[in-house]
Design a protein around this ligand. Structure first.
Ligand SMILES: [Zn+2]
Length: 101
């Protein structure tokens, strides 16, 4: 399954979980992007809310984003909020010479 689809599934689970009470742990899918990854991640609604930011993927223990998935997320983020990326990643290059130390 495509990771973007998994992210949507996770969001749906998160929204569903948030509308319920009394069940502490919910099962989310690892969003590392590996095609073979079938790991589940158990989170409370609060924990999922903390990583719900699109920049913070749900990852199983020891899993890291694949370069492809990382690039896809950066691209999506830049489409969602143009300008933020350049602030975060371009700050050093764009800094005035006297600020470079
Ligand atoms: Zn994974």
């Amino acid at each position: 399954m495509k990771t973007s689809a998994l992210t949507k599934v996770n969001r749906n689970i998160g929204e569903f979980a948030a509308s319920r009470s009394g069940r502490p742990l919910w099962q989310f899918y690892c969003e590392c992007g590996r095609l073979t990854c079938a790991e589940r991640v158990f989170l409370t609604v609060e924990e999922y809310g903390a990583v719900h930011d699109p920049r913070e993927p749900v990852l199983a223990r020891g899993h890291r984003l694949t370069p492809t998935e990382r690039a896809r997320r950066l691209r999506e983020e830049s489409e969602r909020s143009p300008g933020r990326l350049s602030t975060r990643f371009g700050a050093r290059e764009n800094a005035p010479p006297e600020a470079r130390g």
